[in-house]
Design a protein around this ligand. Sequence first.
Ligand code: KG4
Ligand code: ZN
Length: 354
Amino acid sequence: MPTVLAVETSCDESAAAVVRDRDVLASAVASQVEEHARWGGVVPEIASRRHVEALPQLVERVMAESGLNYDDLDGIAATVAPGLVGALLVGSITGRTLARLHGLPFLGVHHLEGHLCSVQLGEPLPPGPYLVLLVSGGHTELVRVEGVGSYQRLGRSHDDAAGEAFDKVARLLGLGYPGGPAIQAAAAAGDSKRFPLPKGRVSRPEGGFHPYDFSFSGLKTAVLRLVQRLAQEPQELPVADIAASFERVVAEVLVERSCRCALDEGLDTVVLVGGVAANRRLRQTMEERCAALGLQWRVAPLAYCTDNAAMIGVAAAARLACGARSGCDLGVMARLPLEQAGSLYEMQSGCKSP
Ligand code: KG4
Ligand code: ZN
């Protein structure tokens, strides 16, 4: 049962956690949302500066809360890809420095592998393989998971990520940043059937459509046109009904394609992770559809859907248990496909069980 101190600084949340295997001993997140909200999105320079300020205190806090000393740890982990390079560097340098100082192995973690592992912080998973729908601010992916490091991407968005669509539509509706929680709040009082909106599909060069891929840019444009048309009418803009209709279409499209993919692949469990997995309607739609189709489903605990360091710790603990560790000279990467997460490690021995 490896015990790991993990830090996460890939975007606009500074986070630190101490985990033992799948148990969170301490976890803290310092969100920068309010600062970025003024600009309508994340400003990379501000994010890096805030990470530098927040991270040392967060590390001290989780170490104190865990009641452990550095001697009790088996490794130190930091997110190293993908993300904002300046922001990733803060976590990576902090992690590598602490590992060096305390003579511990360093593990550079792929952010999406962290999201995949976040579900392990909740109810135990049925035995794999299973299908993961990973929906965050930067990614929308359907991933077949066989075990630690064995990931096959079966679907993806060809343009905006689901979370990005929430953020952009929230801006169009004059709601706050980040858009997901703002749309969810506005939608609660709305009529989700009032406006029919398109479920974007992606054409294949050979004809037909990609069955498991997504496109959200057409949906965003449809909302823009709707807002422009309704703005010319004397009544107030029906923000709640637009938000509810948008949220319904996103939830339906995500759930329909995930379930189809799971059934076609012969997988009986669908797992929901990432910031958008916090969405109430998405969870409810997934639950209903899976029940109707005889599929099992699991979702990451609410506290660990949006970015946090506990999920990075769980991913690192799983890798460490397989004999993996990263080089002290490992850099950071703005982009790295999930399938290449294993390239972040040395001394890797095979490991199959999730
Ligand atoms: O996973 P995450 O914290 O960061 C990335 O790795 O991108 O995801 C952030 C995204 C944002 O786009 C945010 O609007 C969305 O997750 N989000 C939500 C909700 N809470 C956060 N989207 C829909 N409903 C929510 N309740
Ligand atoms: Zn994330």
